[in-house]
Design a binder for this molecule. Structure first.
Ligand code: AQP
Length: 345
């Protein structure tokens, strides 16, 4: 970790047994490619997932499953740092410092909080859920990350991270932290739910609308076959008028690397069913090796835990240094080792 100017950071929540196609195309594919260009730090953000109160046994299991899927898609722990957020305590320590410079009003404007809290009601909404974007800012700033590959849904949170970074540098001097840039690939920034193509595909969404990396080929084919389309028959890319078909074309294009125009040309005069059958084959071909590699990692929990332990050690070295720098600028007295004995005085 020698060059923070080229460091990338991103994280994913262990909120389900399997990651989905939106996580894959919106985030993971870029994370793998980034390894050729940047020093990458990738994290299973288990503390974030606590904001929605999961069952303790589920979170333990899902933390390992999420890490296994990250390795299975191609995150290489010899090149990148892969670790679990709660294993590096500076994430929560920096969050507190950032809480103290975040306006209540600016945190209240986060649309993801508004959406999730309106669904959960005030009794089911925690302070943790409100503070989620500040913890996310701490995750990023703690590694001096210059670039953050995420899906479109995280754009507003990234904006808050940038605002907080700029504020730190203004109040406490340039170089307190690095102001991060988002990296969002427009074409795959938002994969939509198959049953409600006006909503994003989400782990907490309708199970029938999600394509999970660990689904069997049969389930994947069934979900694509029953994807909601429209009353027309023409295969055309028009996200406003034909969100269902447009979402399927986006997925087809992203997984094959072919342009949407070329795909539309190929399917001229064909039925929606043809597109769905072919897309199911493409998805199964992409997901099967990922599922098989994930199963291999899960069959060896000790190897998996050793990878995560080494990742936490490497992450911790950077986090300690950056947190120390920020805490010092806030005026916190650095802890000193106790060396002299009071008893002899
Ligand atoms: N539908 C999506 N299209 C494109 N990118 C997506 N991402 C998530 N859904 C889509 C990106 O995946 C990364 C990890 O997301 P996360 O699990 O940390 O949080 P999330 O965005 O809240 O994902 P979910 O699936 O919607 O989880 P729940 O239901 O638990 O809230 C991020 O980079 C995200 O942009």
């Amino acid at each position: 970790m020698s060059n923070p100017e080229s460091r990338a950071f991103s994280g994913i929540q262990p909120t389900a047994d399997s990651l989905h196609l939106g996580n894959y195309l919106g985030a993971l594919v870029n994370w793998v490619a980034f390894q050729d260009k940047f020093e990458c730090v990738y994290c299973v953000v288990d503390l974030h997932s606590l904001t929605v109160g999961p069952d303790p046994a589920a979170i333990r299991e899902r933390t390992r499953r999420t890490a296994a899927q990250m390795l299975a898609v191609g995150i290489d722990p010899t090149r990148s740092i892969l670790f679990v957020q709660s294993h590096v305590p500076q994430h929560t320590e920096l969050t507190w410092l950032l809480n103290c410079i975040t306006g209540f009003g600016e945190a209240s404007r986060m649309t993801q909080f508004k959406d999730k809290s309106s669904r959960r009601g005030s009794e089911g909404t925690t302070v943790g859920l409100f503070d989620y974007p500040v913890l996310m800012a701490a995750d990023i700033l703690l590694y001096d990350a210059a670039i953050v590959p995420v899906g479109e849904d995280q754009r507003q949170h990234l904006e808050l991270s940038r605002d907080l970074a700029t504020r730190l540098n203004t109040r406490y001097g340039e170089g307190t932290v690095i102001v991060p840039e988002p990296y969002i690939v427009a074409a795959t920034a938002k994969i939509q739910d198959l049953q409600d193509p006006t909503a994003k595909m989400s782990k907490s969404g309708n199970p029938g609308g999600i394509l999970e990396l660990l689904d069997s080929p049969k389930v994947l084919a069934k979900r694509i076959k029953s994807a909601v389309t429209d009353g027309e028959t023409e295969i055309r890319f028009d996200p406003a008028k034909k969100p269902g078909i447009s979402n399927l074309l986006t997925i087809y294009s992203a997984l094959t690397g072919r342009s949407i125009d070329a795909i539309v040309q190929e399917y001229q005069g064909k039925m929606y069913g043809h597109l769905k059958v072919d897309l199911a084959e493409i998805v199964v071909e992409a997901f099967t090796p990922i599922r098989e590699r994930t199963e291999q990692y899960l069959a060896e929990p000790e190897t998996l835990d050793a990878i995560l332990a080494e990742g936490a050690e490497r992450a911790g070295r950077i986090a300690q240094q950056v947190y120390g720098r920020v805490a010092d600028r806030f005026g916190l007295l650095p802890p000193r080792r106790h060396t002299t004995s009071h008893a002899s005085a």
